[in-house]
Design a protein around this ligand. Sequence first.
Ligand code: ZN
Length: 177
Amino acid sequence: MARKRMDYLLINHRKFTWEERVAAFWDKVNIGNPDECWQWKMEIGGKGYPCFWNGEYTEHAHRFSLRLKLGRKLKKGEHALHTCDNPGCMNPSHLFPGTNLDNIADKMAKGRHRTPGPKTPVMGELHHKAKLNDIRVRRIRKKLEMGFTVSELAAYYNVTYQLIWMVRKGKIWKHLL
Ligand SMILES: [Zn+2]
């Protein structure tokens, strides 16, 4: 029994080959058209960025996607930034490398930074801790149809990008569709 268990561990707990690592990543991506966001299929952790087990450690999925695109490892301090502003997107064409300063500038420009500034949308009548309810979800859908972006609405309603994204994709509040 103990022997069998040991064999199991030896076989399964080893470093992935590069092919296995690449496969482990793509396996969890909803690959769409070249210009679409390719959404991460798995749960997204507390920090809002997806991770996957690469046989050795949990790796940031969007960083890995960018690594595949660039054909090299990301350097220390190099960030994988999204042109689409969707943290769950793995489409390599929506990812580009940037510094931490680029990252901050990008967040500021997209109204994601917490410091109030000229580009931070006004909260309106919404309480900062208000959650989405049916009425708001309907309004969000309407605004999306009108052409507001996911990032604008996430900032406006002070909720995560993922949440608005899921509203848009119809993954939550399906009863309101
Ligand atoms: Zn995208």
